[in-house]
Design a protein around this ligand. Sequence first.
Ligand SMILES: Nc1nc2c(c(=O)[nH]1)N[C@H]1C(S)=C(S)[C@@H](COP(=O)(O)OP(=O)(O)OC[C@H]3O[C@@H](n4cnc5c(N)ncnc54)[C@H](O)[C@@H]3O)O[C@H]1N2
Ligand code: MOO
Length: 450
Amino acid sequence: MTDAPGQGTEPDAPDTGHRLAHTWHEARQRAFDCATPIPAGPVPLTAALGRTLASDVLALQDLPHYASSAMDGWAVNGSGPWVLAEPGQRLAPHQASQIVTGGLIPPGAKAVLRSESGVITQDEEGLPVLALGGSAKPGEPRNGQHIRKAAEEAAAGELLIKAGTVLNPAHLALAALAGRDDVAVLGKPLVKFLMTGSEVVTSGMPAPGQVRDTFGPQLGAVVELLGGIAGEQLKVGDSYEEWFEALEDAEPAPDAPPADVVITTGGTGRSGTDHFRNAVAQLGGRLLIDGIAMRPGHPAVLAELPDGRFVLGLPGNPLAAMMALFTVGAPLLAALGHRPLADIGEVPCGAMLDADPGRTRLLPFRFVYGLASPAQHAGPGMMRGLAAADGVMVVPPHGVQLGEPVQAFALPWGKPLPVPDTAESKPRKPPARPPRKAPSGPVDWSALGG
Ligand SMILES: Nc1nc2c(c(=O)[nH]1)N[C@H]1C(S)=C(S)[C@@H](COP(=O)(O)OP(=O)(O)OC[C@H]3O[C@@H](n4cnc5c(N)ncnc54)[C@H](O)[C@@H]3O)O[C@H]1N2
Ligand code: MOO
């Protein structure tokens, strides 16, 4: 929200010399090109799920590293009856000692007799001995029976998990079996959030003049879907000093690792309480993107601070913020996280969309009979259209004709869209002949539900 003009120590905003310097495609490419992949580093196994392994995991020793019993019963040497020995002691022929599943096979043991296959009885002198009995099968115990040999899963030095593997829970267990406490994984950007807006309330019914926070519930989740690690969310007041301090982050909590990316919401405008550019300037940062020729989301800003952190300023309007996040945040997180720039898809347009000279429109759409139909309820401050959408159309400034292919991207939580063979950098030209008259604007989906 933009209220009274700001006061205080706010410096002049950096003079960028231009507004909306970047087309949608340029902004996307620039956000990707400005970042380099975060180097690989070790993470504890408990934090490694879903991460990409940077170097092979080898068995540090034999797996298992000692011979053990596969059954509860007795370790035995030779044939019965067996004289009972102390557990762990070397067994001479015709000796046995009690053992549990997983127990270390004592020296001299040749097999394990299951508890249900043996009985403790007495010899002629009344001393206790172990004899075959119960459910023992003929020939039991065979040599080596019920003994898990050392190295039967892997020998020391053997490759267990290849570099490049995306780690699942079983990989983590295998790495632990191999004796690892941590694994080297490719870098993944940690993202912190600074949310502005004194009118924003985070629970209950907002009064007139207040709005319910739409960012708290969704931004972290979207960042995770885009390959980032969602860090802490901090609410920032409207004063410049609060903004500056939050962005400076001079005294981070001792247990909080530094962010790679800071995402701010609101405050991208140029009125008195909109402080993004000024705080970046005071911190000695540089603006990489300052406005994009797109709608909604045109005030999006991307900056880099001297300490290497990227700061992505999302507009306050909820849908505008998501479009800015998809346009700038997605490529930035991909580049930092060792991933390629996502391909842009193509869908047949289900409406005639007029020209809007000079800017790209991002329209949430839903497939209706195979055609991408623009969403209703897709104003910059709305979420209803996006919540039900199948993707977002990238409508070029010259518009789109009914049935014409139009570039589109999938939602981070949605199904992929078909990608054409042609390079995404070649937006379609309008057809030479005027098309037949067709309905324009949003399509009424109410009959379809959802
Ligand atoms: N004179 C002009 N005014 C505006 C322009 C312009 O070009 N000239 N652009 C408009 C556009 S487009 C956008 S987008 C916004 C950008 O505004 P800010 O980034 O400065 O954001 P705010 O002013 O703080 O908030 C805008 C709007 O968003 C609501 N908001 C903020 N946070 C939340 C949240 N967590 N959950 C839900 N809604 C939120 C806030 O209440 C405002 O309604 O500027 C336009 N104005
Ligand atoms: O970026 Mo604003 O529409 O473009 O909400």
